[in-house]
Design a protein around this ligand. Structure first.
Ligand code: SF4
Length: 348
């Protein structure tokens, strides 16, 4: 794999082309990213991702790019607790303190807010019929959503932290399974999705929830942002060993197929190195060789403004070139989700 790179003018205005000697697939052209106006409106929809909607405290409908439509989020982390501190995370945690092993914890002396599952159930009982009857598309926030995105894709455990840190995670899964069924949706019509950083998947209480999810034909989207421990530390900023994340993904993928979700970005204008991408591909093939079932890779870049100015989106051409490399190297299906944060060449 050969990387040809160029830096033009602005620090983040970078275009790369990846050449794979044995690859017959067409490699994206070495050209600036241009978006059409209609696409820009779509991107704007994706860039708005509030985790509160109207009077609802725990459930929030959003247009999500990886869902390619409407996703009903369940925020299991009003406490904002996460085992990662990703450089691109937009959740505000500057008031957190450093706990044991440098894990960032909520401020001392403050009540740690917890989701109320009964209230969440009542909210789903209100929101799911609103979606089912199509009334959601008359609401101000959704009335301009393009027709192709007016589809209900999933109910997702996501929110302001790592959902599997919630102590009653398996109960929450059960509750969502029941609410979906009560609303008259089949598992084929509306998926239940767990978006996770995979650090807690070894815990028995979490595994109980994963089994329920599997039985309900749900999906796990497990984060893997790096191919080396060094890059993992740089991106995800955690004391959780990289090896544990790899083991958890492999062990879970041996039990049930999962999606890998990977965020790649420019740091100080620099895209991930070829060596890093090659190492990342090797981690994926390790999963496959170890008996793990990977349905697909969701490769995305930052689409909402991160707290650090030095974190910016990969240009689409770079993202697509990396995706081609992953496909060729691993044989896996790869979907890409572009962004436009700090990429100065788009919208021209
Ligand atoms: S894993 Fe998700 S919630 Fe946690 S810090 Fe990273 S982006 Fe934020």
């Amino acid at each position: 794999m050969v990387l040809i790179g160029g830096l033009t003018g602005q620090p983040v205005d970078i275009y790369f082309r990846l050449d794979y000697p044995n690859c017959k697939a067409k490699v994206p052209d070495f050209e600036p990213c241009l978006r059409r106006e209609t696409h820009y409106h779509t991107v704007r929809n994706f860039s708005l991702h509030p985790r509160n909607w109207r009077e609802f405290k725990w459930c929030y409908p959003v247009i999500a790019r990886r869902s390619k439509g409407l996703s009903l989020g369940i925020n299991l982390n009003p406490d904002r607790v996460c085992t990662f501190d990703c450089i691109y995370c937009e959740v505000e945690r500057s008031d957190f303190r450093l706990g044991k092993g440098q894990v960032r914890l909520p401020p001392l002396g403050q009540v740690r807010p917890m989701i109320n599952l009964e209230e969440a159930r009542a909210e789903m009982d209100q929101l799911l019929p609103l979606i089912r009857e199509g009334h959601i598309w008359q609401e101000a926030e959704f009335s301009t959503v393009p027709l192709e995105l007016r589809r209900f894709n999933d109910i997702a455990f996501s929110g302001n932290g790592e959902p599997t840190t919630y102590p009653r995670f398996s109960e929450a899964v059960q509750l969502v399974v029941e609410a979906r069924s009560k609303a008259g949706y089949t598992p084929e019509e509306v998926k239940i999705v767990l978006i996770t950083n995979a650090t807690q998947l070894h815990r028995p209480q979490v595994q109980a929830g994963l089994r329920l999810l599997d039985k309900a034909k749900g999906e796990i989207w497990a984060k893997l942002d790096a191919g080396t421990p060094e890059y993992y530390s740089q991106i995800d900023r955690t004391n959780v060993p990289y090896k544990r994340v790899l083991n958890n993904i492999l062990e879970t993928a041996r039990q049930q197929p999962l999606n890998i979700q990977t965020c790649m970005m420019c740091i100080q204008g620099v895209a991930p190195s070829v060596a890093e991408i090659e190492a990342y591909c090797k981690r994926l093939t390790d999963f496959l060789d170890g008996g793990g079932q990977i349905k697909m890779v969701q490769l995305y870049t930052v689409a909402r403004r991160p707290p650090h100015q030095w974190v910016t989106s990969l240009p689409d051409t770079t993202l697509n070139a990396i995706a081609e490399g992953i496909k060729v190297s691993t044989g896996l299906a790869v979907e890409t989700y572009g962004g436009n944060i700090g990429v100065t060449s788009i919208l021209t």
